[in-house]
Design a protein around this ligand. Structure first.
Ligand code: GMT
Length: 375
């Protein structure tokens, strides 16, 4: 199949999922065309099965806001015609589903009919999409997609609660490539941390308010009282400065390291002992899944789809939102006993295998088949 994937190219989960999906599909022989405003971070080695088309939006003084959707729709039309694409798969409803719908209509005008699949990721529904300023257009583009998928049952339910949805939403969870994790032969490089006597706690996010990064540090503070430990804060975003200030005012500058956005997530998770994700909302929690795939148990809040990913009391713990004491207590419970920690690590890895891409890809491929051959 020849498939256009529209996504965000940045470090966010939806872009990572879209990129990994496209990479895997291309290895299976499909021809994949990514359309976005920058080459996606995990997309390397373009080849005849893997293409990237950049959307350019020239600036013009009259515009307060540059019309990205317009440029994206035009680009989709051009690419579909040039490469004889079979279907459109858009990740994150805003504005991708709307732009793809416009492209579809323009193509119909020229006698080209192309099905469109929209994958909902989370904040495109819960935080941004349901805002009254966007809701009408988001609902319209979801209802006018041939197929709609959501990354968790929880997100499907949120979508059905927040919008009037006429389409069936199919749940296709996010995934990891288990082989990548089990075939690792090189030992984890912890050189720069002198890990020998340190417990490494890790958090990865875009530091938006809903990630509650101050909770992350407060949980760590309690762990730090009992263990010689370091907290690695990976990522960048609006609450980073606030988090740094908190560390300075509480004497944690040497214990908390801010690593910024990183392409070395695998290396960092490889030597981590525990992962913290106390988010206010999380439709799935891809970073938690990636941590588990690296045998890192997860302490997270019991919100959204996290309970579909982290098995409470087995691969980590789900705690009430904002309950820093409970999260620290569960973290200490895992770390205090070496045998127990090892068991949680193994369990985390076992749970992650359920999300192996080889199991999940079939669901996407069958949606593609149905979209191309509707009954
Ligand atoms: O977490 C974010 O704010 C980024 C956002 C994104 O679209 O990149 O993440 C959402 O999609 C991810 C991939 O499907 C999910 O793993 C995240 O849980 C989801 N974030 C939220 O629901 C807050």
């Amino acid at each position: 199949m020849k498939i256009v994937i529209v996504c965000y190219p940045t470090f966010g989960g939806s872009g990572v999922v879209a990129t990994e999906l496209g990479l895997f599909l291309s290895k299976k022989g499909h021809e994949i065309h990514f359309i976005t405003y920058k080459q996606p971070v995990r997309l390397e080695n373009l080849n005849s099965k893997l293409h990237f088309h950049e959307v350019n939006v020239p600036t013009y003084d009259l515009f307060k806001y540059q019309p990205y959707e317009l440029a994206l729709s035009s680009k989709v039309v051009d690419i579909v015609k040039t490469y004889k694409i079979n279907l459109l798969h858009v990740h994150y409803a805003i504005p991708h589903a709307y732009a793809a719908y416009m492209a579809k209509k323009m193509l119909e005008d020229e006698g080209v009919f192309i099905p469109m699949i929209t994958t909902l990721h989370g904040t495109d529904i819960t935080l941004v999409g349901s805002h009254p300023f966007y809701k009408t257009a988001v609902q319209f583009s979801i209802n006018n997609s041939e197929y709609v998928t959501a990354v968790s049952q929880s997100l499907k339910e949120d979508t059905e609660r927040l919008f009037k949805i006429k389409k069936e939403i199919k749940v296709i969870p996010n995934f990891i490539d288990s082989e990548k994790y089990s075939s690792r032969t090189v030992p984890c490089d912890n050189g720069f941390l002198n890990k020998e006597n340190q417990t490494i706690i890790t958090h990865i996010s875009n530091f938006r308010p809903l990630k509650r990064v101050i909770d992350v540090i407060k949980i760590f503070e309690k762990i730090h009282l009992k263990f010689q430990s370091k907290l690695l804060m990976v990522g960048d975003g609006p609450d980073k400065e606030k988090a740094k200030r908190y560390c300075r005012s509480n004497g944690l500058e040497n214990a908390v390291m801010f690593l910024g956005n990183s392409n070395e997530i695998d290396e960092i998770l490889c030597f981590s002992d525990l992962f913290l994700l106390p988010s206010e909302q999380e439709s799935f929690g891809l970073s938690a899944l990636e941590a588990m795939a690296h045998k890192v148990p997860v302490i997270c809040s019991d919100v959204g789809g996290l309970s579909e990913v982290v098995k409470d009391g087995f691969s980590g713990f789900l705690c009430p939102l904002g309950d820093i004491d409970a999260m620290a207590e569960k973290a200490l419970h895992i770390l205090e006993d070496k045998g127990r920690h090892e068991q949680f690590k193994q369990n985390a890895f076992e749970v992650s295998k359920k999300f192996d891409i080889n199991n999940i890809i079939k669901d996407y491929e069958s949606v593609y088949e149905e979209a191309l051959n509707p009954s």
